[in-house]
Design a binder for this molecule. Structure first.
Ligand code: PLP
Length: 406
């Protein structure tokens, strides 16, 4: 029977043959392997080397920012951004509940208090109206996350920033190459923070970058990351001191990572555009399927650089006894490699160890509901493919939802 679910013995909607187009991630290139060997043989592996400088210049320009500072991961970039902006112990930092731990941990590392604010029900990104209500005299930064590649409402966040004189850090760990209203993500807030960790859409295993248009902030970020050295100074040849009280770290990235990224970046525009095209096609194919919608594209998105393609279940439309677990298992059996829930909410994550006295939850209903009951996604490689896989995915979603909806 054509409509029999694969989980009940029917034929898979997404065959192994159709899935052969799924690209292994991260991609590897022979030319990059040659470069890595040359770096190794040169013994110049670190400290603001040729590739670090090249990548900082190129990535900042690509995103439309003036400065880029390369670091060892996308957690210390957030911490360093808060630090450079003057956040101190006891200050409050507003973060979304629906994100990876790092967004909140960055505040915790500085002794600051992450204040979890809810996300919008459509984009799943930090809700600016709720942020307004969460601001206190202690609020010293806001970190909207462009979650799964969708886009936080940067117009509203920059308005809030001006009104209350609170800086905004864009967490762009999921949004490399996203363009909103003509501007690259990461160039709109006071600092843009990127991760190039293994799973990311621009990847070097580990490493990260802060972008900024502010010369003074760029100097501070560089010093924080290079144990106090200013940009351009050679190791062992410090020529000026960081300001007193600016506690600096060694958060330097490696030449190997920077070289991988210089090459990987050449493919980013084409990859982001293909993912965006396939995501829009799949969205169109499943728009009339009952019981399911799709995470909204960012408002004013010119190009959304999807990290995950996320669908949102409507539990009230499901038959009694059917939950996200059954839907996910049925989709998996149909051949769709989906996951439930993403990460959040952060404060309920198994790895969250921060005592209750050191964080605050301002609002949480949407985050908790979508993470537990509604959020179902596939990774960016799923949409870095072709129309055939999108059609097969849509057929799987339709088959499962028709069977499981009232
Ligand atoms: C939203 C978000 N912010 C920050 C990070 C931290 O990046 P990293 O793993 O490079 O420390 C991640 C990593 O997954 C992330 O998903």
């Amino acid at each position: 029977m054509k409509n029999q679910l694969a989980i009940n013995g029917g034929k898979k909607a997404v065959s192994d043959e159709v899935k052969k187009v799924l690209p292994p991630w991260p991609p590897v290139y022979e030319a990059t392997a040659e470069k890595l060997k040359a770096i190794y043989m040169s013994r110049k592996w670190s400290f603001n080397g040729q590739y670090e400088q090249e990548f900082c210049l190129k990535f900042a320009k690509y995103c439309g920012a003036k400065h880029g500072v390369f670091m060892i991961n996308g957690t210390v970039t957030l911490e360093s951004a808060l630090h450079a902006l003057g956040v101190k112990a006891g200050d409050e930092v507003i973060v979304p509940g629906n994100t990876w731990l790092a967004t909140a941990m960055a505040a915790v590392y500085l002794g600051a208090i992450p204040v979890f604010v809810d996300v919008e029900p459509d984009t799943l990104c930090l809700d600016p109206e709720k942020v307004r209500k969460a601001i206190t005299s202690k609020t010293k930064a806001i970190i909207p996350v462009h979650l799964f590649g969708s886009m936080a409402d940067m117009d509203k966040f920059m308005e809030i920033s001006k009104e209350y004189n609170i800086p905004v850090i864009e967490d762009c760990a999921h949004a490399h190459g996203g363009i909103r209203d003509g501007k690259g993500l990461g160039s709109i807030g006071h600092v843009g923070s990127f991760s190039f960790q293994q799973s990311k859409t621009l990847s070097a295993g580990e490493s990260g970058m802060c972008l900024t248009n502010d010369d003074e902030l760029a100097d501070k970020l560089f010093r924080i990351n290079h144990i106090g050295y200013a940009p351009g100074q050679k190791q062992g040849k410090a020529a000026s001191s960081p300001e007193e009280g600016l506690i600096c770290h060694n958060y330097r990235g490696l030449e190997f990572n920077a070289a991988i990224l210089v090459d990987a970046m050449k493919h980013l525009s084409a990859q982001a555009t293909l993912r965006d095209k396939n995501a829009m096609y799949l969205t169109e194919l499943i728009k009339d399927v009952p019981g399911i919608t799709v995470q909204a594209r960012g408002r004013k998105a010119d190009r959304q650089s999807y990290y995950n393609f996320v669908m949102l279940l409507q539990p009230s439309k499901l038959k009694p006894g059917i939950t996200i677990k059954e839907v996910s298992a049925a989709l998996f059996a149909e051949g769709v490699d989906c996951f439930i829930g993403g990460y959040g909410p952060v404060y309920k994550h198994m790895l969250w160890s921060v005592p209750k006295s050191q964080f605050r939850i301002h609002s949480k209903n949407v985050s908790e509901d979508v993470c537990a009951n509604r959020q179902l996604g596939v990774s960016h490689t799923w949409i870095l493919t072709n129309k055939l896989l999108m059609k097969a995915t849509a057929a799987a979603v339709e088959k499962v939802m028709n069977a499981y909806c009232k």
